[in-house]
Ligand binder design. Structure first.
Ligand code: GLN
Length: 247
């Protein structure tokens, strides 16, 4: 099968090796005989219709880059909201995650519009929340390990489902004990690193949901050996347990 991925603002929102996440999705799709067709959409470009994309991705960036894309992204909001309602899968990381909410008020106090795909809003604080993170994702019976670096404090609004419970690290706001947000097949998280090389199960979840959008049927991918991924997850989890969430 061909899986159509659109990488939003790859030229603006790409810190902590966001392209590494795309490479993992591509490699894991190929390992099962599927092809990940990657295209980019940036400022001034059209978002493909929901029928022409299976997986959306947006990465992280400093306040400056977020401010450069926010107005253009807001104009793409209706098409992206439709895509999510139509079952397109979506992974948004850090700065991109913040802009999937209602708004992000940055450290300068400027309110950047979000696209309202996730029931969240974010306010930048003084102290950055930096370090290794480990999450319990009970909904999947799995854990997620990664690295966070953000000034934003993200607040889950009514009806919001977190991506995971924080075992170690700061998470959304450093106090709620939750990280990320998920709705339909859209996932937002502060976990960088990049995220997917050390969390193979989550990459497969995104691919399965993208295939379900492409075919209208549920898919279960055959497991991969994942020795390296398991070691990376264990090392990252151990680092988080030893020092995550300490400023
Ligand atoms: N600029 C945002 C913040 O500081 C997001 C940072 C990022 O994407 N790493 O919270």
């Amino acid at each position: 099968m061909k899986i159509r991925l659109v990488h939003l603002y790859a030229d603006y929102l790409n810190i902590y090796a966001d392209r590494g996440n795309i490479a993992v999705l591509s490699g894991r799709a190929r390992a099962r005989g599927h092809e990940l067709e990657v295209s980019t959409v940036s400022i001034g470009d059209q978002v493909p219709a929901a029928a022409d994309v299976d997986l959306l991705y947006v990465g992280g960036g400093q306040d400056r880059e977020q401010a450069l894309v926010a107005v253009d992204l807001a104009a793409k909001g209706p098409a992206l909201r439709d895509a999510v309602e139509e079952g397109v899968a979506f992974l948004a990381v850090c700065g991109g995650y913040q802009l999937l909410g209602r708004f992000y008020r940055d450290r300068a106090g400027t309110e950047l519009p979000g696209i309202g795909v996730l029931p969240i809003h974010t306010l930048a604080g003084e102290q950055r929340m930096i370090g290794d993170v480990l999450l319990d994702c009970a909904w999947a019976g799995e854990t997620l390990a990664g690295f966070e670096n953000h000034a934003g404090r993200t607040y889950l609004e009514a009806g919001a489902e977190p991506l995971g419970r924080v075992i170690a690290g700061f998470g959304n706001d450093g106090t709620s004990g939750y990280e990320g947000c998920r709705r339909l097949r859209a996932y937002g998280t502060y976990l960088h690193g990049p995220l997917l090389p050390r969390n193979g199960w989550f990459a497969d979840r995104l691919l399965e949901e993208a295939l379900a959008h492409a075919t209208g049927e549920e898919h279960e991918l055959a497991p991969l050996p994942d020795e390296l991924e398991a070691t990376a997850h264990a090392v990252s989890s151990d680092r988080a347990r030893r020092r995550g969430g300490r400023s």
